[in-house]
Design a protein around this ligand. Sequence first.
Ligand code: CMC
Length: 393
Amino acid sequence: TGLVTLDSGFKNTGATTSGITFLNGEAGVLRYRGYAIEDLAEHASFLEVAYLLIYGNLPNPEELNHFTSEITRRTLVNEGVKKIFAGFPVNAHPMGVMASLASSLASFYPESIDPHRTPDLVNLTIIRLLAKFPTLAAWSYKNSNGHPVNYPRNKLNYVQNFMQMMFALPTYEYEIDPDVEEALNKLLILHADHEQNCSTSAVRLVGSSQASLYSSVSAGISALWGPLHGGANQQVIEMLDKIHQDGGDVKKYIEKAKDKNDTFRLMGFGHRVYKNFDPRARIIKKSCDKVLNKLGIKDPTLEIAKKLEETALNDDYFVERKLYPNVDFYSGIIYRALGFPIDMFTVMFTLGRLPGWIAQWKEMREAQQPISRPRQIYTGSTARDFVKLEDRG
Ligand code: CMC
């Protein structure tokens, strides 16, 4: 076939050119469209960053107003979605629910599956996704609690509206603390894109067959759910709780992580591309201290996380392999402090990553990239003679 190399896991294979996210893993640098992640996290709103990723430039006030109002007026989802919820068991993991609901949007908006869709229609799909995702995410949580859903309130901003849909009750008016809003806004920005990661590659791969953006995003959610990718944020907090319940012996778990006969890995540590501090982890760690202080929460897992980090960073195994805390290491502690149940952590990652998936899908379609179709090296049997069922021993 002329195929001479394999690169299992695409450790050293470029799949595309891209003008969206710059990542230098050796130096720990991350930029969206040329802007440092630190500046965006400090000064921008999540919707400004979404606009930047999707359309290439930071919006001016008029563009941001227009973008925001286009999104705000589409935050309702079709009531038929409630019937889909009703079919899920009460304890369904919200990531599975989100993947199904994202894919169901292609049925509510069937024009999106037309491969000859116009740029205006593509843009409407983009706006609808951004508008409806917080509603679907909050409703998947309400459904898992057996509580009535909250409808969007369009006088609130993106983050405030999401939080009220999550936490308000008919008996309780939820008021968001400005520091909580700031932390959540930051977290969403930090997760918004990360070049050709597993879920983004899934979105591009599905989209390369000209499937709709809804179906492509649904594939991204499924990929993100895995414990080695976005699912790590749930795994981290479960690991920290376990270490805490087990007496807080951090060294024991560091030794387990190093033991090649043990399947345990230090969740929230290591990254395919960062061989230095993940710049997102630095920002989240600071934010974590601030939110816990503000809310007066003493979470023993924060101390355990800090001890784990310190011990690992002074251990030859982690130093030699350049394993540092990644974006997921501290995010779960903040989510828990804000009141999110553990199985919603990866959904929060999904909300943040949505603009990145959209931007990458749009870039790929506009470049008219061909269908993705990797080759293989066949290692199965050579040609065999067929043996009839009655003659097989
Ligand atoms: N604990 C212990 N050892 C580790 C860890 C870890 N968390 N991560 C990597 N290693 C070791 C691994 O065993 C291997 O050792 P050796 O060279 O002796 O065989 C070496 O480091 C290289 O690891 P790898 O698995 O070949 O690297 P990869 O690039 O294929 O995997 C990773 C990257 C993120 C999947 C991996 O570091 C990992 O499993 N980390 C824990 C899960 C996690 O936190 N995932 C979230 C990633 S960041 C959010 C996102 O973008 O999804």
